[in-house]
Ligand binder design. Structure first.
Ligand SMILES: [Zn+2]
Length: 322
């Protein structure tokens, strides 16, 4: 640019030195600068579009690596989920069954998250779906584990209390020589007084007035009533663990409300009070406020053979005394 320029003066035929103004110089500089910039922009555009920088290449490889790791992570989450599934199955169908606890409902176990999208902050990127799904599965596993560990706490408590539970749940026949004395089983039958088909919610044992009646499990007397209708004089014992037992048509009551009783303790005598046609004991067991067949709870003082005999007998006898 600092090159000196000359031109021929056609009039004087002399060669003269060309004088350039400052503005000319500025324009020349600008031209160069603009051309240079344009060229750079084009080169950079082509470069960025068609070639990646070493840094970009590194980042891309890193992202690919992340994606592979996420896939591996999801595989491992699948394995964990299936192990947890197995633990839940065993919990519901073995451990909780042993202690007669209800299984945990599936929706509670699945711990589904509804409503608000708690993974919204992860949205808007190329791999958002992969990341938010993975997060969701991890969160779900975490809460399922929490529910499972709670359940094991319960099972543990039940195991610790098992001796007490076994002593409390009704498990004997409430009068002696009960196998011979069982005269009416549990289920639908003709009512001896009303002469209609009715549900018999307990079992009947015939026995002479004054025969001792035993508490069938440890518990607390919650009712000791002296009526002359319906069940007549009756006692109800709360055994805990969802169980109560009921003894009706008694001649005499030897316990009072609030009293603690142990299995085998005499609570009263067989009688003929209330709607009853002859001296007998009407005996019921309730579990979670619903009557169950007491025959299935006579296992404690019977040999397996005797137990089978009484179950068979209970399904056959139907000599109702109410
Ligand atoms: Zn009855």
């Amino acid at each position: 640019m600092s090159k000196v320029q000359y031109r021929l003066n056609t009039k004087s035929l002399a060669v003269e030195r060309v004088k350039r103004s400052v503005w000319d110089k500025v324009k020349a500089i600008l031209r160069y600068a603009i051309a240079g910039m344009l060229f750079s922009v084009i080169v950079l555009f082509i470069g960025f579009t068609f070639f990646e920088s070493p840094k970009e290449r590194m980042l891309r490889r890193e992202i690919d690596q992340f994606r592979v790791q996420y896939d591996l992570l999801n595989d491992r989450i699948n394995v964990l989920a299936s192990v947890l599934d197995d633990i839940q199955e065993r919990d519901d169908h073995i451990y909780r069954v042993i202690f007669e606890a209800d299984p945990i409902p599936r929706p509670v176990r699945d711990a589904a998250f509804g409503g608000v999208d708690r993974y919204a902050h992860l949205a808007g990127y190329q791999n958002s779906k992969l990341i938010s799904e993975t997060m969701q599965r991890v969160d779900q596993l975490a809460s399922q584990l929490y529910i499972q560990s709670k359940s094991y706490d319960e099972v543990f408590d039940m195991a610790v209390n098992k001796a007490d539970m076994l002593a409390s749940i009704p498990a004997i026949i409430p009068i002696s020589r009960g196998t011979d004395r069982l005269i009416s089983g549990y289920g639908m039958r003709m009512h001896p007084i009303y002469k209609t088909m009715r549900m018999h919610t307990g079992v009947d044992f015939t026995a002479p007035t004054g025969t001792p009646i035993y508490a069938t499990g440890n518990g607390v007397v919650i009712r000791a009533e002296r009526n002359n209708y319906g069940y007549g004089r009756m006692v109800v014992i709360d055994h805990g663990y969802g169980y109560t037992s009921l003894y009706a048509h008694m001649h005499e009551i030897n316990v009072r409300r609030g009293q603690r009783v142990n299995r085998g303790e005499v609570i009263g005598k067989v009688g003929n009070t209330g709607t009853s046609t002859a001296p007998h004991l009407h005996y019921e067991i309730h579990r979670n406020e619903r009557s169950v067949n007491p025959v299935h709870y006579f296992y404690n003082d019977l040999t397996p053979e005797e137990f089978e005999i009484i179950i068979e007998r209970a399904s056959r006898v139907n000599q109702s005394l109410s």
